[in-house]
Design a protein around this ligand. Structure first.
Ligand code: COA
Ligand code: MG
Length: 304
């Protein structure tokens, strides 16, 4: 697993040369070069060629991780996509409409062969399934934990394809938030990722002209345990990057928690600012400080 989780993963339609070029400078931790739902059927073949070329011809230097979302393995395009892009040594493959860990394992076997064929380091291409997009998928979420999938980087979830699969008219409730079914699979995907020890990546925020709404949603997601979020527009990237790092407030609080326990050696529970804290709070505080230190070290490395 990477030392640092991916905060922002920016989708880029694979058939748009303009967006592909622009995306490199967007500041995202990762790009997801898309061959699936943002590409019309008539453009699929051209997009596959464009993405393969983009990977092959990428400039040297510090770049975002380059991921590719292929078409589902259940469609003829899926394998063709994979065969076309594997030689470009993508950081990973996003697999949409994944039914469960067996499908991720199958993709891993294909990658074993393609890495060998193309001279790409064995096991280097990671996998990120969109793990809630079919009616069957939510029932397999708990199985990722014991599946032993070395390539698995994280789990993400999606509401659009799931609502289509369910024959739903909408995935929203009367207040405009996610309807219960989608809140359910979102929480299950979060717990499934944690159970598997991988990154929990929240789904896209569809209104890309609403930075305040995005910010509030990202802060809430981070506080629930998500480590990053998909972006669909360059304007979303900075907000997401910012929100998925521990805030100054959280870091200061974590320091106070650690200090409170340090001041009471051997205590399993302490009081701080009128609240009871016990060992899980201390563990949480240490997690916040460790993540904060890792980001600081990475920023230090980048500026040298
Ligand atoms: N990646 C890279 N560049 C992008 C981009 C993206 N995802 N989205 C927009 N841009 C570029 C535009 O090309 C435009 O470039 P310009 O300034 O050189 O003209 C600039 O950013 C501003 O874009 P804007 O006019 O605000 O948006 P738009 O109307 O062109 O595009 C979308 C809106 C939703 C179509 C576009 O953001 C998009 O394609 N998003 C990704 C969709 C996707 O991949 N979906 C699959 C996952 S669900
Ligand atoms: Mg989709």
């Amino acid at each position: 697993m990477n030392a640092l989780p991916l905060r922002s993963l920016l989708f880029v339609p694979g058939d748009s040369e303009k967006k592909l070029a622009k995306a490199l400078g967007a500041g995202a931790d990762a790009l997801i070069l898309d061959l699936e739902d943002s590409v019309a059927p008539a453009n699929k073949a051209a997009a596959r060629g464009a993405v393969a070329a983009f990977l092959r011809d990428r400039p040297a230097g510090r770049l975002p991780q380059l991921w590719v979302r292929i078409n589902p393995l259940a469609t003829p395009e899926g394998l063709a996509d994979l065969a076309a892009v594997a030689g470009g040594a993508p950081a990973g493959i996003v697999i949409p409409k994944a039914d469960g860990p067996d499908e991720v394992r199958r993709l891993g076997h294909y990658l074993d062969a393609l890495e060998q064929r193309d001279g790409v380091a064995a096991g280097s291409v990671r996998i990120l399934p969109v793990a809630t997009e079919t009616a069957r998928a939510p029932f397999a979420l708990g199985d990722y934990a014991d599946a032993g999938l070395g390539r698995l980087l994280g789990l993400t979830w999606g509401a659009e394809d799931l609502s289509t699969a369910l024959g739903a008219a909408t995935n929203q409730d009367a207040t405009g938030g996610w309807a219960f079914t989608y809140r359910l699979v979102r929480s299950l995907s979060l717990m499934a990722a944690k159970a598997a020890g991988v990154q929990a990546i929240d789904t896209l925020y569809v209104d890309f002209r609403d930075p305040d709404g995005l910010r509030a949603a990202c802060i809430a997601a981070r506080r629930e345990g998500f480590t990053g979020r998909v972006a669909i527009h360059p304007d979303q990237v900075a907000v997401i990057n910012d929100c998925f790092m521990p805030s100054a407030e959280d870091v200061a609080f974590a320091h106070r928690v650690v200090a409170a326990f340090a001041a009471a050696p051997g205590a399993g529970t302490v009081g701080l600012e009128g609240r009871m804290l016990d060992i899980p709070h201390l563990t949480q505080a240490r997690q916040v400080l460790a993540l904060n230190a890792a980001y600081a070290a990475a920023a230090e490395g980048a500026s040298r």
